[in-house]
Structures are given as structure tokens and as C-alpha cells.
Write a protein of this length. Structure first.
Length: 207
């Protein structure tokens, strides 16, 4: 996005169930967390960004209309540019509100609601009739098929003069702090993250 958001809210949902027992006791049945929800306020400047607001609005419309997921990546640093922790979640765009205010000029302000997206797959059930001890019975077997439309992919990158793993991670993985992921994927080639020979072909892990 062209401007850092003024406010971001991450809500971690739960699916716990509260029950009242016959003796008057209330219990809470703990379950796995639900899908996290993110609310973010964005600004699309008319004149100070590399792209006009309609470009970013078009992206929102495309991802919403074509039912495409995207990656929400929020990188945090200290005032002296030291890396902190990142938030990196695959999300769907649930809805967004476009605000225009005359007193703010030609800039667009957009409130976006995102929801965590988890890959899922289908299952194929095969029913066969078998004979055991002279009697026929049906046996069902289930085969889980991995969902492939969002399968992670890897790529290669050749080290050039002036490259750093931090810069490569920032460009291809969305955060310089993920240079450790590149080192982990290239243990056989990288012994010192600060000294990777020019011409080394690195495997870049999935974003």
C-alpha cells in the first residue's frame, strides 16, 4: 500500500462453547481458534504515490470480484530501522468502504475488512462391495486430495554485486527479517549470511 495504515486491528476469534449444567455450574468447552479478522484503514493519495487511487481501488475490486486471496504482511521496525516481528497471514477481502472528504482534498480513504484464509482440500469416498465369510458388505475408503490452487511455490535467485540476503528477503518475501528463511532453504550453499559469493543460485522459499 502507498501509505502506512494509521490503524490496524487484528481480532483473534474463538469457537469456544459455554454450557449451563443442571447443577447450575457454567462451563466453557475450549475449541480450536476460529479465523482471525483484520480491520485496516488505508489512504490512497492522489498526487504523492507512485499510482493513482483508482489503481489500488481496482486491486480491491479484482480480488473481491474474482474471489482471490492475498497475503496480508505487516512489517514492524524500531525508530532506528531495526526489525521487530512481522504479521503474515493469507486473507480474503470481505468488504471495504470508500470515503471521500472534500476537506481532505482528492485523497481516498478506505476501510477494509479482511478474514484469515486457510487452504483446504476435497475428499473422495470410494465404496466397494466385498465378500467376507460368505457375506457381502460395503466398505468405504476416503482419499484426501490436497488443494493445489494456493500451493506454495519456490523460485531461484542468482546473487549479484551488492546484493544482501536482507534486501532479497524484503523484495521476494515481503520482509527483510525473513532472510533466515532463505538461509534455512540454502544450508548447503550459505555458511555465512553476510558473505554469499556472487553467482550463487539461491532457492527462495514460498512467500
Amino acid at each position: 500500500m502507498p501509505v502506512n495504515p494509521a490503524k490496524t486491528t487484528l481480532k483473534v476469534k474463538n469457537k469456544n462453547t459455554t454450557l449451563d449444567l443442571l447443577d447450575g455450574t457454567t462451563i466453557n468447552i475450549l475449541k480450536s481458534p476460529g479465523l482471525s479478522e483484520i480491520s485496516i484503514s488505508l489512504c490512497f493519495p492522489m498526487f504523492s504515490a507512485s499510482q493513482k487511487p483508482d489503481y489500488y481501488l481496482g486491486l480491491l475490486e479484482e480480488y473481491k470480484g474474482k474471489k482471490k486471496t492475498t497475503q496480508f504482511i505487516l512489517t514492524r521496525t524500531t525508530p532506528d530501522d531495526q526489525p521487530l516481528f512481522d504479521t503474515n497471514i493469507k486473507v480474503s477481502i470481505e468488504d471495504y468502504t470508500i470515503n471521500e472528504e472534500a476537506k481532505r482534498g482528492f485523497d481516498f480513504y478506505v476501510d477494509v475488512s479482511l478474514k484469515q484464509y486457510k487452504n483446504y482440500g476435497t475428499q473422495t469416498v470410494t465404496v466397494k462391495t466385498v465378500t467376507e465369510n460368505g457375506q457381502k458388505q460395503k466398505v468405504a475408503t476416503t482419499t484426501k486430495e490436497r488443494e493445489t490452487t494456493n500451493a506454495p511455490t519456490t523460485s531461484n535467485y542468482t546473487i549479484k554485486q551488492g546484493d544482501t540476503l536482507w534486501a532479497i528477503a524484503a523484495k521476494y518475501l515481503g520482509s527483510g527479517a525473513r532472510y533466515k528463511d532463505i538461509v534455512e532453504a540454502n544450508k548447503d550453499k550459505v555458511s555465512d549470511p553476510n558473505r554469499v559469493p556472487i553467482g550463487t543460485v539461491l532457492r527462495i522459499p514460498a512467500r
